[in-house]
Design a protein around this ligand. Structure first.
Ligand code: FAD
Length: 696
């Protein structure tokens, strides 16, 4: 065995933005021992912890993608390093690796970071010992992640066997012998490596589920729900994941804590007072859009139009209260929480989550530290089984985390975005300790909002624009609003200026009494106007996607006032909404920009407008239709005049449709086939002249 290869030790490297990749990496590390391996796990940014130039053990990468196909912050440096052109083609020829990329097909650059690392490692001579997995958050990461992990263990066994059979690494012949596993091998290996749990054994010799459950199924054979299954699943043997090892021990202070405890999570955020709240849409608009102006004058924050801000909003009081009651901890909500690592935990690399302050109360922990609305992962469901008394409930939780119950998990947990509170409501005998929730619930995430203003126009202020996200009631939960947009809308409901109100009515508002909003500027943004003002720009921003372009245009308007003799490039804005009279937000401001020449072309379409019977031509419905109508100008600006294209707003449909339309119009205008059009678009992206700021 060559130097550096322990018989069963492999390295896991992750690059994570919101913690998903990290949590999968840690899950892999936890499971490694059961499969006879040892795993070292490290973040890609911790360069002192690993040396890829020298490593001879297999390496497993788990990397997510963020923003417009960018690497997560923790992988940026690594990606830059391996992209260096000076690296020789055999730089990584000693490296055997597998890679799991996480992404979201709602975004155009799906899994771009993972694909980039994979491509570059291949170019530098590294060898796959297992096929790369591309997991899609749009349809459910677990659809790919679970079978990929299942197959990994067998692939690791094979690579270790090959490495010990012959001294292949030192003479580097692994290049030719190590092939990726075939899909068939993956399926075979995953079937073997899952822990097969036959419920008849687990439940004390009952070969069938409880008779009570059977009678339910007989009464209502088609109605499965979150807490009830039907045949064949209710009759099936189950393959369930291994129990994740516990690693936290929690104790609560004996007496209520002092006022001063807690309040440290939002430390790196500024508390900005709301100085204006305005409804931009008429009462009868389908989706109300709200503008908030925040006062940042004493905050030492500077921003450029196109920058975005993170807003941190707390969990809803009612949900925190309900959770406290349900966990039997309501009378302890003001007691301080002390967390430490469980002695003898089997979890490798276990640590107390850094985002939980050392001194905070129970209520603060649930309000500011944990994403209590997050969708429980299968590992969490598996852990809940062991804290559930009633046999039927236990069985249902096992089904929901099992391979056989994958469709039910999607239907009753993932698709309706059920959260821990929804589960605890329908599984009354489930009584998990609070430490389990802390182990499984992710960190409460801030939400990003684009600046809808220019500081030249609004010194000391930043505006954001949002539509309130709404989730209708369903069998799994009551009606909800989005965590952040719902919270913001509730805060300003008493003082919001209705659509069309005159400025004067604001004088009676006591803004000082309003809660402040925790904000912080987001880093690494490229969504800015071109540094050369003569370069033409095309902006596509329907609905609240117009937000950053209001900032762009305010900036341009001021620059034009200040530099009247200077030349400015042509500006186009494609905007769309449902109805001309109800939700054409910023209409007056946009018309002013057109009148004073800041905006040369404003192209607006209304998706729900009544068709005009006098018109021979149908009107464009969506922004991409309008873009197609102006194909000649758009291609001229982008391909002949080195202009910029900006797209902002809904990632699910609009950004994809705009991209497809762009490909078509480039193909038609330049007489290119699909491949060549795609290459042209890829080049625009590479040159950072096709920029997206999109969200789902
Ligand atoms: P959340 O509670 O986070 O819910 C949003 C998503 O969670 C839903 O789309 C859905 O997928 C899922 N979900 C949660 N609960 C349920 C449920 N019960 N049922 C079904 N699905 C559920 N938004 C704007 O409005 N304006 C902007 O200017 C803006 N700029 C952005 C800039 C950037 C760089 C990014 C990344 C995002 C931007 N966003 C913007 C999006 C914004 O960050 C939020 O994602 C959005 O406002 C929703 O946040 P929320 O907390 O209200 O909703």
């Amino acid at each position: 065995m060559p130097h550096g290869v322990s018989p069963s030790c492999f390295l896991i490297l992750y690059g994570s933005q919101k913690g998903q990749a990290q949590s999968i990496a840690e899950q892999l590390s936890d499971q490694a021992a059961e499969h006879g391996f040892e795993a070292e796990v490290s973040c890609l940014s911790k360069e002192d912890k690993y040396n890829l130039e020298k490593v001879h053990s297999p390496v497993v990468f788990v990397v997510s993608t963020t923003g417009d196909g960018e690497p997560p912050d923790t992988a940026l440096k690594f990606v830059r390093k391996i992209k260096k052109k000076s690296l020789p083609r055999d730089h990584f020829s000693h490296l055997n690796y597998a890679l799991l990329a996480l992404g979201d097909t709602n975004y155009t650059n799906f899994c771009n970071c993972g694909k980039t690392i994979d491509r570059r490692l291949q170019e530098l001579g590294a060898n796959h010992f297992y096929a790369t997995g591309l997991a899609d958050d749009g349809t459910g990461l677990e659809v790919v992640v679970d079978p990929w992990i299942d197959g990994l263990w067998d692939a690791l066994k094979k690579i270790f066997t090959k490495m010990s059979d012959s001294d292949l690494i030192s003479d580097n012949s692994l290049n030719s012998t190590h092939q990726s596993l075939t899909i068939q091998e993956k399926l075979e290996s995953s079937a073997q490596s899952l822990q097969l749990l036959d419920i008849s054994d687990a439940d004390g010799g009952k070969s069938k589920p409880e008779s009570e459950a059977e009678s339910h199924d007989a009464e209502n054979p088609l109605e499965a729900s979150l807490n009830r299954s039907v045949a064949p699943l209710s009759q099936s043997s189950l393959s369930i994941p291994a129990l994740p090892p516990s690693f936290l021990e929690l104790c609560l202070g004996d007496v209520p804590a002092g006022e001063e405890e807690g309040h440290v999570v939002a430390q790196d955020f500024h508390e900005a007072p709301i100085s204006r709240a305005l409804c931009l849409t008429r009462d009868d608009a389908v989706k109300p859009v709200i503008l908030l102006e925040l006062d940042i004058k004493d905050k030492n924050i500077s921003y450029e139009p196109g920058d975005a801000f993170d807003l941190l909003c707390p969990n809803r009081d009612k949900e925190v209260e309900d959770l406290l009651h349900r966990l039997g901890l309501h009378d302890k909500k003001s007691h301080s929480v002390h967390l430490q690592l469980l002695k003898n935990t089997k979890k490798k690399g276990a640590r107390v989550p850094a985002y939980i302050p050392e001194k905070c109360t129970l209520q603060y922990l649930l309000t500011w530290c944990l994403e209590i609305r997050s969708i429980p992962k299968k590992a969490f469901l598996r852990s809940l089984v062991d804290y559930t008394q009633e046999t039927r409930e236990k069985r249902r939780l096992q089904e929901l985390c099992s391979r056989e119950g994958a469709a039910d998990y999607d239907r009753f947990v993932r698709n309706p975005s059920a959260c821990i509170l929804d589960l605890l409501r329908v599984f009354p005998s489930c009584m998990p300790p609070l430490s389990l929730l802390i182990e499984h619930l992710p960190k409460l995430q801030p939400r990003a909002y684009s600046a809808a203003s220019s500081s030249l126009c609004h010194p000391g202020k930043v505006c954001i624009v949002f539509s309130v996200v709404g989730f209708p009631a369903c069998a799994e939960h009551q009606q909800r609003t989005g965590l952040c947009t719902g919270w913001l809308a509730d805060r300003v409901s008493a003082i919001i200026e209705p659509y069309g109100t005159e400025q004067a009515s604001r004088e009676s508002v006591d803004f000082a009494a309003l809660p402040k909003v925790h904000i912080r500027p987001r880093l690494n943004n490229t969504f800015h106007l071109p540094s050369d003002p003569t370069v033409p720009v095309v902006m596509v921003g329907p609905g609240s996607g117009v937000a950053p372009f209001i900032g762009f245009l305010q900036q341009r308007e001021k620059e034009r006032e200040r530099n009247q003799d200077s030349a400015f490039g042509e500006t186009w804005l494609f905007f769309g909404c449902r109805h001309k009279d109800r939700d054409f937000i910023f209409r007056e401001e946009l018309e002013r920009f057109v009148e004073n020449g800041t905006l040369n072309h404003l192209k607006v379409c209304f998706s729900r407008a009544e068709p005009d019977t006098n018109d021979s031509e149908p009107k464009p419905k969506y922004v991409q239709h309008n873009l197609a109508l102006h194909a000649e100008y758009v291609t001229r600006i982008l391909l002949k005049e080195n202009g910029f294209l900006y797209v902002c707003g809904d990632a699910k449909n609009m950004a994809k449709d705009v991209n497809d339309t762009l490909m078509e119009i480039i193909g038609q205008e330049l007489q290119l086939d699909k491949l060549e059009s795609m290459k042209t678009i890829a080049k625009l992206r590479e040159e950072k002249r096709y920029l997206q700021d999109i969200w789902s």
